[in-house]
Design a protein around this ligand. Structure first.
Ligand code: HEC
Length: 464
């Protein structure tokens, strides 16, 4: 139990800690950004970046050991002004496992700084460069193994503001999309490690904003008021795949106009190759939730790159709103009935018969196979997919529940007083997987704490 609390504490801090360094306000943790620069003269800006390994969650129940700058993925956003001298101190801690080096995309020096910042564990490096071009740029580690360092989280952004700044807006946020390649399939519970074969094949298991599929939804949604102007500093670090950003219900207008050719207004799609960035302004006519996604839809709904922009305020005459609609803002997971085979489940599938292990395995089966319809919290979608949380139907008859998961079900059923008349196809699961997923369901979300054994699943052949 204690371990669990410590882990949750780390995870909580990883995604919620806001780091401000002194009063300088030059660095800010995602999704927050440093305030706009108002000064009219150049100066030397001191930045300190600390390499830290941190355990966080890719999605509920899935832990990953991230490699970070200053404890967050992406690292803090740095804000300077054209003409400033940027002096960076890079610290690699004693006991770290690898050297790091900084390649700053917008720095006009050899290797973007990587050759003068190569820093082994236990050492620090200090270097400086003059910010000569306005723009939003990535910084990334560029020491071997480069791809693995970037895939594990060693990146962040620097915004070099034009001399006269940008037009003022009400809220600014910072978002980076990146891929994670893991030992287990999407949703597979427990600590995951980096998977080089998947990385080489470009088969991302997770595609997320700000390091986690949980980072910018529900209570962590980006919040603005109707009528407010929103600015996003957004980019795709890859490491391999391009992204196409879209806001369902919104338009992007380029806020940073380096030349006439790159000026655009009211675009609905932003094509973004690895390393690509945008500074874009948005405003919304109606209150409600808007979804920021990667229009490569599988990356969003099945791998995690969904963020919510929540616009609050008074309803207008059009009465267009805005109810929170269950199910529309949720992840669907990587159910094999859609596109992967279940046969190669990672070796977390040991034979342990202890209840906690069976529940943990069942949770994995659920996240991979059932979440798409019955939803992450088991509450289903009213009238479409019945709830499995506190389901009177599930709790009443164990044999019937086994048969449903084994053989599928068709026709009218009534669950918690609501009728469903649909079909659930049989899923190609083993008797052990069915026993585990039902044991997980019965021991979660207010259900009746039964257990189901593989032998019981085997014995039920016909429909209930
Ligand atoms: C493609 C969507 C889909 C997937 C995936 C799915 N179900 Fe269902 N499930 C349904 C539908 C639809 C019904 C209601 C069928 C009807 O109306 O006869 C249902 C009904 C049920 C019921 C009985 C009703 C209740 O609420 O108690 C159980 C139990 C159940 N599903 C368990 C599971 C489990 C466990 C998995 C994963 C191994 C799963 N389902 C995967 C769509 C799905």
């Amino acid at each position: 139990m204690r371990k669990f609390f410590i882990l949750s504490f780390l995870i909580y801090n990883f995604f919620h800690l806001e780091i401000t360094f002194g009063s300088s306000n030059v660095l800010k943790s995602p999704p927050n950004v440093p305030s706009p620069i108002t000064r009219k003269t150049s100066k030397v800006v001191n930045i300190e970046l600390n390499v830290q390994e941190k355990i966080g969650e890719l999605i509920e129940g899935v832990q990953y050991s991230y490699w970070t700058f200053n404890g967050t993925v992406p690292g803090p956003m740095i804000r300077v002004r054209v003409g400033d001298t940027v002096k960076i101190k890079l610290n690699n801690p004693q006991g770290g496992r690898f050297p790091v080096a900084l390649d700053i995309h917008g720095a006009n020096i050899p290797l973007g700084g990587a050759s003068i910042s190569l820093t082994p564990p236990g050492k620090s490096a200090t270097f400086s460069f003059k910010a000569t071009r306005a723009g939003l740029f990535f910084y990334q580690s560029s020491a071997p193994p480069v791809a693995m360092q970037v895939a594990n989280g060693l990146f962040g952004m620097i915004f070099v503001s034009p001399k006269n700044g940008l037009p003022a807006v009400d809220k600014e946020f910072y978002l980076v999309r990146s891929e994670f390649y893991t030992s287990g399939n999407f949703g597979n519970q427990g600590i995951q490690s980096f998977n080089m074969s998947n990385a080489l094949a470009g088969k991302a298991d997770y595609v997320v904003f700000n390091g986690s599929a949980l980072s910018l939804v529900d209570k962590n949604s980006l919040k603005i008021k109707k009528g407010e102007k929103l600015r996003l500093f957004i980019g795709n670090i890859g490491p391999s795949l391009p992204a196409t950003f879209r806001i369902s219900g919104g338009y992007f207008t380029n806020a940073l106009i380096p030349s006439k050719n790159s000026k655009y207004e009211n675009k609905t799609l932003l094509f973004t190759p690895p390393g690509g960035t945008h500074v874009v302004d948005l405003s919304f006519d109606h209150i409600g939730d808007y979804r920021l996604l990667d229009q490569s839809i599988l990356n969003s709904f099945n791998k995690g790159s969904l963020a919510t922009i929540e616009v609050t305020g008074e309803m207008d005459k059009s009465k267009i709103i805005a109810n929170k609609v269950d199910g529309l803002m949720q992840l669907e997971g990587s159910s094999p009935i859609f596109f992967i085979s279940n046969k190669n489940r990672a070796s977390t599938f040991q034979n342990s018969q202890s209840l906690p292990d069976r529940i943990a395995r069942g949770r994995s089966v659920y996240m991979e196979n059932c979440m798409a319809c019955h939803q992450k919290d088991g509450r289903g979608i009213k009238g479409v997919f019945p709830p499995l949380a506190a389901s009177d139907f599930l709790n009443k008859n164990k044999k019937r529940a086994i048969s449903i998961v084994k053989n599928g079900i068709e026709g009218e059923i009534v669950v918690n007083g609501i009728a469903y008349n649909s079909t659930m196809a049989a899923l190609k699961l083993s008797n052990e997987e069915i026993a585990d997923v039902l044991t997980f369901l019965y021991n979660s979300w207010g259900n009746s704490k039964k257990t189901v054994r593989p032998a019981e699943v085997k014995s039920i052949i016909s429909n209930y």
